[in-house]
Design a protein around this ligand. Structure first.
Ligand SMILES: [Fe+2]
Length: 280
């Protein structure tokens, strides 16, 4: 396809994602090595609330207060509304079971409690059946500034509010179902890049300028400020272009993409999947 030629840079080992390559390095943080699940995990109203030590709630509170201060005028309205709907507060680490019940009532999604970074297929298998796989542990106090590993601040604060938007949650489920159908390594890389530049690092245009909806930005103090600074090149959403854009996992993002609406995200992803033959 002409579009493939235009955007496909063909300059890398397409059999490995950025995370795969990271996991092969020496001295890798074991929390960054994906886990293959060997059995069921607690879901929805079967998720128990851990007996967190006081310093875990303090970590949540510190992270929450610092991020929440930055978000007005930067995060998109759909995300801010989602925070209100889920009742997230700085007081204590939220209860996953309660979030699951609210999401289920609003958009038919539920939460599954997972032990850490999941194998990609396990990860998307949850989302393909409208379950958001979330950790329930939080980073250590010395990791307030940065952690390379997943934790519940990223999962709950970063991802869950946007899931309350029906267009976004429909897109997310369809994306996961599509991902599980695709087997060509180059197509898998395309979808991973698409995921990165939407779910994790997406911007949305509004009448008063671009706003953030990506969880990777919303849960990172540096990315929140950086993403809307003049240092970042913001490009209009174009699925094929996103699918060809390589990204940096461990550095601030130099380039981001802005959708016009969550309706557009859902409908254009579906159209792209049809065009690529990934819909059957
Ligand atoms: Fe994430």
């Amino acid at each position: 396809m002409a579009a493939d030629k235009e955007f496909d840079r063909g300059d890398e080992d397409v059999t490995k994602s950025a995370y795969d390559k990271y996991a092969e390095q020496e001295d890798v943080d074991p929390r960054c090595i994906p886990i293959k699940l060997d059995g069921p995990v607690p879901e929805h109203d079967a998720i128990e609330y851990p007996d967190y030590p006081a310093h875990d709630h303090e970590t949540w509170s510190t992270l929450y207060m610092r991020q929440a201060e930055q978000l007005p005028g930067r995060a998109c309205e759909e995300y801010l509304e989602g925070m209100r709907l889920l009742g997230l507060t700085p007081n204590r680490i939220p209860v996953l079971r309660d979030i699951s019940l609210t999401l289920n009532e609003m958009v038919g999604w539920r939460v599954a409690r997972i032990p850490g970074l999941l194998d990609t297929n396990d990860f998307f298998s949850f989302m393909a059946r409208a379950h958001f796989p979330s950790t329930d542990y939080i980073r250590q106090p010395h990791e307030i500034e940065y952690t390379p590993a997943p934790d519940c601040f990223h999962d709950m604060f970063g991802h869950m509010p946007t899931l309350t938007n029906p267009f976004f949650s429909k897109f997310f489920q369809y994306f996961a179902q599509t991902f599980l159908r695709v087997s060509d390594p180059l197509d898998i890389r395309r979808l991973e890049r698409f995921y990165w530049f939407t779910v994790e690092f997406g911007l949305i245009n509004t009448s008063i300028g671009p706003r953030i909806y990506g969880a990777g930005i919303l849960s990172s103090p540096k990315e929140v400020l950086h993403s809307l600074s003049g240092e970042v090149e913001v490009i209009d959403f174009h699925p094929e272009r996103l699918g060809a854009q390589e990204y940096e996992v461990w550095h601030l993002q130099p380039l981001l993409f802005a959708i016009e609406s969550f309706e557009q995200l859902e409908s254009e992803f579906r159209a792209w999947a049809r065009l690529k033959g990934w819909d059957s």
